[in-house]
Design a protein around this ligand. Structure first.
Ligand code: ATP
Ligand code: MG
Length: 451
């Protein structure tokens, strides 16, 4: 069953049930009150009659007396118990009324009695009270009086209630329809959008109407947010793939052209052979490094396996600087005072430092300065060079993947533009804050701040 129909059905049935129960309770309560009051009246009247009859009983024959007091729509009688046999004296205004007594069981009661009787399909109030006859015998004075007019009113009341119940069900049905469309419309539009996305393969947003911040609005909002995230990720991925393939195109073209040159004339010309092999070799190395970096970048943060250790910063930095000096034959001035201990992943920190040292090496010719210090309880590492520097307009973008400031120069230096983005990712995972200060033509200082 559809959700809309379920809401309709459940709300309508529930409301209908409540209304019926309420009206039925109202009817039974009201009819009990009416009948009780009719019975009370009948008993009070009988008590009054008993007093009056009591005074006249000795003087007027009972049959005449009762006829005089007989009610218009009922009978009055005196019932005597004579050794087990019931003897009754009846007073009534018509034979029809007198016949009422034939339909009911005649009984003698020891105490007062009042009840509702249904004879045929007519309702009567029956009352009986004990009286003492002039001869000292105990008898019952009993009346049977119609209460049909009250019952007629109750029947009318019942019809009115049934009509009212049916009429109130109409707005209930309408409101349940409104409620279900209120809930279902945003859901249906969401389903439509999802179907659209599935069929067209394009990211689409839900149209959110109204300013209410109800759960459905929040759901729609969350959906839109999710679609935006997916779209962004998809775009990033697309860009990543296109950037990567673009980056591979050049080295592959270089390798291809040198390889075909070698095929044609390589053996005759040793200088050309040397140059080609050198170029192919360096491009191959560059591609391998780029692949490694790409693979690292493609990994998600959770996959970075960090091994936390307390390390002595000074000897660690000194060793890193020495290794770098050996590998690239570049002078690194090392200034570090204090005996700071930091909690970090040694291998990853070294990788991070190599990225910055590598940039400093590539983009400057003078000495590189590596310093460490403690400032405001925080350990800082600076890598400073006096090279080309980065212009203000490029500074915010150098952490983007594949971003290089000067294409021609950096290509000549062999950069791929992946170093700083990788550094940023690693620093984030290790809880290290990065700061890049640079002035075009003057140099660059990178600061690593431990938390
Ligand atoms: P890769 O590091 O992947 O081999 P790359 O060095 O070009 O390539 P990044 O390390 O991400 O890439 O640096 C991005 C750009 O920022 C560089 O191309 C360069 O233009 C600029 N840059 C980075 N460090 C410095 C620096 N110390 N001095 C001058 N420019 C720099
Ligand atoms: Mg670099």
């Amino acid at each position: 069953m559809k959700l809309r129909n379920k809401i309709n059905l459940y709300t309508s049935v529930l409301f209908a049930f409540l209304i019926i129960v309420m009206n039925a309770a109202l009817f039974f309560l009201f009819s009990k009150m009416i009948v009780d009051s009719e019975l009370d009246t009948a008993r009070n009247e009988l008590e009054n009659l008993a007093q009056e009859i009591d005074q006249s009983l000795g003087q007027i024959p009972p049959a005449d007396l009762l006829r005089a007091y007989a009610p218009l729509d009922g009978v009055i009688q005196i019932v005597q118990d004579v050794n087990g046999d019931l003897k009754s004296t009846i007073g009534s205004n018509s034979d029809e009324n007198r016949k009422l007594l034939d339909e009911m069981d005649e009984q003698f009661y020891q105490s007062e009695q009042t009840e509702e009787l249904v004879l045929g399909n007519q309702h009567y109030a029956f009352s009986s009270i004990p009286i003492i006859l002039p001869d000292g015998e105990v008898a019952n004075l009993q009346t049977v009086q119609s209460i049909q007019s009250a019952i007629n009113i109750l029947q009318l009341f019942r019809i009115v209630l049934v009509i009212v119940t049916l009429l109130t069900l109409v707005p209930v049905l309408i409101s349940s329809r409104i409620l279900s469309s209120f809930i279902m419309n945003p859901i249906i539009s969401m389903i439509e959008t999802m179907k659209d996305i599935r069929e067209s393969g394009q990211f689409k947003q839900l149209k959110l109407e109204g300013k209410s911040k109800d759960e459905l609005h929040i759901m729609g909002d969350t959906f839109n947010h999710m679609i935006t995230l997916l779209e962004n990720n998809y775009e990033k991925q697309k860009q990543f793939v296109s950037n990567a393939s673009h980056e591979f195109k050049t080295p592959l073209t270089v390798i291809e052209s040198y390889a075909s040159l070698l095929k044609r004339r390589g053996l005759q010309d040793p200088a050309l052979f040397e140059e080609s092999v050198e170029a192919i070799h360096s491009e191959a190395i560059r591609m391998r490094e780029m692949t490694e970096q790409l693979l690292l970048l493609a990994k998600h943060h959770e996959q970075w396996n960090i091994e936390w250790n307390d390390i002595q910063l000074k000897p660690f930095l000194l060793q890193t600087a020495k290794a770098f000096e050996q590998a690239y034959n570049r002078k690194i001035s090392f200034i570090c005072d204090g005996t700071s201990i930091v909690r970090t992943d040694e291998q990853k920190l070294k990788q991070l430092l190599f990225i910055f040292l590598d940039n400093a090496r590539k983009y400057s010719d003078d000495d590189i300065i590596l310093t460490c210090e403690k400032k405001n309880q925080k350990v800082l590492i600076h890598i400073q060079d006096f090279g080309s520097g980065i212009g203000e307009e490029d500074l915010p973008r150098v952490f983007e993947r594949f971003y290089r400031v000067d294409e021609a120069r950096t290509r000549q230096n062999g950069g791929t533009g992946l170093g700083l983005s990788l550094a940023k990712e690693m620093a984030d995972v290790m809880g290290i804050q990065l700061e890049l200060k640079s002035e075009k033509g003057a140099g660059t200082t990178v600061t690593l701040m431990f938390n």
